[in-house]
Design a binder for this molecule. Sequence first.
Ligand code: PXP
Length: 239
Amino acid sequence: MAGLSVNVDHVATLREARKGRYPDPVSGAILAELAGVDGIVVHLREDRRHIKDRDLRILRKVVQTKLTLEMASTNEMVGIALDVQPDVVTLVPEKREELTTEGGLDLIVHKDTVAETVGTLQDNGIPVCIFIDPDPDQIKIAHQINANMVEIHTGIFCDAKTSKKRDQAFSNIVNAAKLAFKLRMGVNAGHGICYTTIKAFKGLNEIDEFSIGHSIISRAVLVGMDRAVREMLTLIKEL
Ligand code: PXP
């Protein structure tokens, strides 16, 4: 069975809507862990629009499963990662004006700088995952620069408006997952996955872990974190 890491950024989004003290993403993470997730993910953005340094540092102390830090490949973020020591770093592209991460890190363009970041983090004992589009060239470069894992961007598939686009996008995901698996990298998948789109992944056993945020936190607002997480875990179990 594939694992589930829950991204709690959107608990912080709700807090930041009023710039207040609640809801606390740390509480969200603890409840998600009690419901059975395999890991907690946060994205510390350059502009700190949702997750703050304080959140990351407290999460490092309280998360008992696995803490994944999503971050841009910048000197500032590498310094924070070396200090905080998350269990995994997932490198993502970052644009200030984007609503959410819009696509994978382009390794054709950024190969050298990302390779340097991968080396620095690994030399300090932190395994590195790279968030990339489901494109064989991107997967091959991730392998060349020694990434421990890739996270395949599933957003194009999840957001596709026509069945033709959906089918094409999913077939790209299948091919990318199989190639990454063959190259002996860990295979994660994430972005835009909800309680409906998760069902498409049935039988794609190359995927080790799903990274899901928005849909679970949205459901948690209505039915509670425990039920929201358990419902997703049940769907993953059926894959
Ligand atoms: N994986 C990565 C690399 C992301 O940037 C995000 C969004 O923060 C997610 C997974 C989770 O996406 P969603 O919130 O759409 O489930």
